[in-house]
Design a protein around this ligand. Structure first.
Ligand SMILES: *[C@@H]1O[C@H](CO)[C@@H](O)[C@H](O)[C@H]1NC(C)=O
Ligand SMILES: *[C@@H]1O[C@H](CO)[C@@H](O)[C@H](O)[C@H]1NC(C)=O
Ligand SMILES: *[C@@H]1O[C@H](CO)[C@@H](O)[C@H](O)[C@H]1NC(C)=O
Ligand SMILES: *[C@@H]1O[C@H](CO)[C@@H](O)[C@H](O)[C@H]1NC(C)=O
Ligand SMILES: *[C@@H]1O[C@H](CO)[C@@H](O)[C@H](O)[C@H]1NC(C)=O
Ligand SMILES: *[C@@H]1O[C@H](CO)[C@@H](O)[C@H](O)[C@H]1NC(C)=O
Length: 760
């Protein structure tokens, strides 16, 4: 088996990926556009690497992968190596030849002077001919490496010891291995490497000690490693690096990988003589402090990876000496502030990762000096607008919007129209037809129409979002920030909030009204005209206040609505001001949750109450049917409310707990879930009620009649000759018991009572 190290694999893979970047900076393109190689054509950023040759010369499909930094260094290293030792890396597989080592253990394979004892359950190093050049002992049961274990193999060039249980390594274990070039000790249990353990390994080029338990290293540990190029100590337990120069004994060190340790700080002496270092990986450590001049002697450094650490301050001058840097990764650090001149010293940068970093003060100035930057990675896609000359900017969507479109997914784009049309149409239909239902309860009708008006606003909101999506189609990135900061966005956002809040308050009001009438029938006071109108006006005023308060004070609320493309303040990726946060919690988890609970509670007790009185009053048979319809209605009203609001409560709660919510989820909530109520309310509160059905039936029969009789009495259709009793809309009643004389039980008397009231 060839060496199984992950690194090794990537090495081979990158060979195939080896790319030559063909940059041309002579042609200047407008912001947000990139040049097509050496021709004078410019294309918008999003056409870069989209799989279609838009340039005509493939230049836009060029340089798609980010091969900067280590992968390029790997190629270079490998090429150098490749020239020097030919195909040696593949020796074990590629040179099937006679075994010239004489007798070898039966579990082992042997080709030429190479021995392969992988998975042979060995507990000790096998004794074979001293002529062996490559020895692979992976996946065995070696527990320790004793002194002079390998001294009898002076010709050994590669030694693979991965996946054993090696705990201790004698300080003399590798004595006499003057020809060793590669040593793999990965996936063992090594805790310490004594100073001088590698003393004789003057030709060692690679030393791979990943996934062990080493807690401490000293500069003397690496004594004698004069030729070492690559040192990988990934996933150990190192807590600190030596204060003295690490490279003191490794003058040729090219590549240093300390990923996944517990290093807490980097001092100005650690890398002091590492002038040949090209790749330095310190990812996934606990680095919080980096002293000034730490990197200042790394003249050749090509990649610096400090991702996933605890760096809070990263001063621009830290990068002063690292002039050759082409890839910098400081993603996922709690960096407080990116300075305007942060990257002024690293103008050769080709790839820059700032994922997970909030940059409130982002500006074009930051990335302007980085003329050769081809890849940039941000936390938010909106930031891409500030690095318009960079060909490849990620992420290109926040789940809601993409660089091209306000609504990223085609489904959303279609549905925003569909839902908008359904909502608008349903509500306008109800508003228009409601007056024709000769309801004796005009006040109730007024509330319902008010509700429909509020719900209709939701349709208008979606319509506007759909319109701006159309308007910015294909070029959203350039307009994203402007759109989110615009008055339109704020207004349309407040419209959505106005709609939801008025709708919620009205539903609560209607519910409470019914609740009091049903559950306390004798205490029921029919709300007078004055009181109803006052309540409705009050609700609308409260709605307006809730919706427009955030617009009133910029300093408190910043941009409350414009935190995403759909202008709905459900959750924000940007840091909200405390006021905005508290406010949206009060609205979503205070007012709305309370309203929801009131609705659920009221309907439950109403149902219970009706259930009880019904059983007492009438024959059971009739009532089972009636109650079923009632129950269905209850269920639907509470269910749609729950469907609409529970996801929103959960989302708000999660965002309060600082859980990262994918933008796509909130956009689906805003486009589908939020309008559910608005779209269904007209159906639930009007269209499926019996009076409405009967009115439609009447109109239909009138129409048919008219057709058969001709035009003679057409005026009749305009004035339907039937009489409507507007019940509370939930109630489905069989026509027989609608006659006032038949009302007997307390529940019904309420209706009679209200009926009587309305007559007057
Ligand atoms: C652009 O470069 C390609 C090769 O990279 C070359 O064949 C072509 O002639 C060049 N075109 C111009 C206009 O310079
Ligand atoms: C090792 O190689 C030398 C010369 O190549 C040869 O003389 C010697 O016999 C070999 N030893 C063994 C044990 O095969
Ligand atoms: C191994 O090293 C010894 C002494 O340094 C040298 O004489 C010998 O030629 C080397 N063998 C190989 C295969 O390089
Ligand atoms: C490293 O920092 C210390 C103080 O923290 C300072 O005394 C020393 O001169 C610095 N060394 C270099 C090489 O900058
Ligand atoms: C930068 O580091 C992050 C976090 O480890 C990683 O996800 C990302 O791929 C890195 N970027 C590049 C360009 O390698
Ligand atoms: C950008 O890249 C080009 C070609 O690779 C190079 O000639 C130029 O010096 C680079 N610019 C900077 C500022 O490093």
């Amino acid at each position: 088996m060839p060496p199984g190290s992950l690194l090794y694999l990537s090495w081979v893979i990158t060979l195939n990926l080896a790319s030559t970047s063909s940059e041309s900076q002579d042609i200047s393109c407008p912001l947000g556009y990139f040049p097509c190689g050496n021709i004078t054509k410019c294309l918008p950023q999003f056409m870069h690497c989209n799989g279609v040759d838009e340039c005509g010369n493939q230049a836009d499909e060029d340089n798609c992968g980010d091969n900067n930094g280590w992968s390029q260094q790997l190629d270079k290293l490998f090429e150098k190596h490749y020239e020097k030792i030919g195909l040696n890396v593949f020796d074990l597989e590629m040179k099937p030849s006679e075994c010239t080592l004489g007798p070898v253990p039966t579990q082992c394979l042997c080709r030429g002077l190479e021995l392969d004892c992988d998975g042979a359950k060995l507990r000790t190093v096998p004794s074979v001919s001293p002529n062996v050049t490559i020895m692979s002992l992976q996946n065995n049961m070696l527990r320790k490496l004793g002194p002079d274990e390998f001294r009898i193999f002076p010709d050994l060039r590669k030694l693979y010891l991965q996946h054993n249980n090696i705990r201790t390594v004698s300080v003399h274990a590798f004595k006499g291995l003057y020809n060793l070039t590669k040593l793999y000790l990965s996936h063992n249990e090594i805790t310490t490497l004594k100073p001088g353990v590698f003393e004789d390994l003057h030709r060692l080029e690679w030393l791979i000690i990943e996934n062990n338990k080493i807690t401490r290293i000293y500069p003397q540990t690496f004594q004698g490693l004069n030729s070492l190029i690559l040192l990988v100590m990934m996933n150990n337990f190192l807590e600190r690096l030596p204060d003295k120069s690490l490279c003191q004994h490794m003058p040729k060190l090219n590549w240093l990988d300390f990923e996944g340790n517990n290093v807490q700080s980097l001092t100005n002496t650690t890398f002091i003589s590492c002038a040949t270092l090209t790749v330095l990986v310190m990812r996934r450590n606990r680095i919080s402090t980096i002293s000034e001049n730490t990197f200042s002697s790394l003249y050749r450094l090509d990649e610096l990876d400090l991702a996933n650490n605890r760096i809070e301050a990263f001063s621009p001058s830290l990068m002063k000496g690292v002039k050759e840097l082409s890839q910098l990764n400081i993603s996922h650090n709690p960096i407080q502030k990116i300075q305007a001149d942060q990257f002024d010293y690293v103008i050769k940068l080709k790839s820059l990762s700032l994922e997970g970093i909030e940059i409130p003060n982002i500006q074009r100035r930051m990335f302007m000096p980085l003329k050769n930057l081809t890849h940039i990675y941000f936390k938010k896609f909106q930031y891409c607008g500030f690095a318009p000359h960079v060909r490849n900017c990620k992420p290109n969507t926040d789940g809601i919007s993409s660089l091209e479109n306000l609504l990223a997914s085609i489904v959303q784009r279609v549905f925003v129209w569909v839902v908008s049309v359904i909502t608008c149409f349903g509500n306008i239909f109800v508003i228009c037809t409601r007056p024709y239902i000769r309801s004796e309860n005009k006040l109730h009708a007024m509330s319902i129409m008010s509700l429909c008006c509020a719900d209709c606003l939701m349709g208008v909101y979606l319509f506007v979002i759909g319109y701006f999506d159309l308007k910015y189609r294909g070029e959203y990135n350039e307009n994203a920030q402007a759109w989110m900061d615009s008055t339109q966005c704020r207004l349309v956002g407040s419209l959505a909030i106005l709609s939801t809040e008025v709708s919620v308050l009205l539903l609560t009001y209607l519910t409470l009204e019914k609740y009091i009438c049903i559950v306390y029938p004798f205490r029921c006071l029919k709300p007078g005209k004055c009181r109803t109108i006052t309540t409705l006006i009050l609700i609308w005023i409260i709605g307006f206040v809730i919706a427009f308060i955030p617009l009133s004070n910029q300093t408190f609320f910043h941009n409350y609505y414009g935190t995403n493309g759909v202008c709905f303040p459900l959750h924000s990726e940007q840091p909200e001001s405390t006021a905005a946060q508290i406010y949206s919690v009060i609205i979503f988890l205070g007012v709305n949750l309370a309203a929801f609970i009131i609705i659920v509670f009221s309907y439950s007790s109403m149902f219970y109450s009706i259930h009880r009185t019904a059983i007492m009053a009438t024959e059971i048979h009739n009532h089972i049917k009636k109650e079923m319809t009632l129950a269905k209605r209850f269920f639907f009203i509470v269910f749609t409310d729950a469907l609409c609001w529970i996801p929103i409560f959960i989302l708000k709660l999660l965002s309060l707990l600082q859980v990262e919510i994918p933008g796509s989820i909130s956009s689906w909530v805003v486009i589908f879930i939020l309008p559910i109520n608005s779209a269904l309310n007209p159906i639930l509160y009007t269209i499926t009620t019996r009076p409405f059905k009967e009115m439609i039936g009447q109109i239909w029969s009138n129409y048919k009649q008219r057709r058969s009789i001709g035009n003679r009495n057409s005026h009749k259709a305009c004035a339907p000759s039937f009489f409507w009793v507007e019940m509370w809309p939930l109630q489905e009643m069989s026509p027989e018991i609608m006659k006032p004389g038949l009302y007997t039980d307390s529940e019904m008397s309420v209706t009679t009572h209200s009926t009587r009231l309305s007559y007057t």
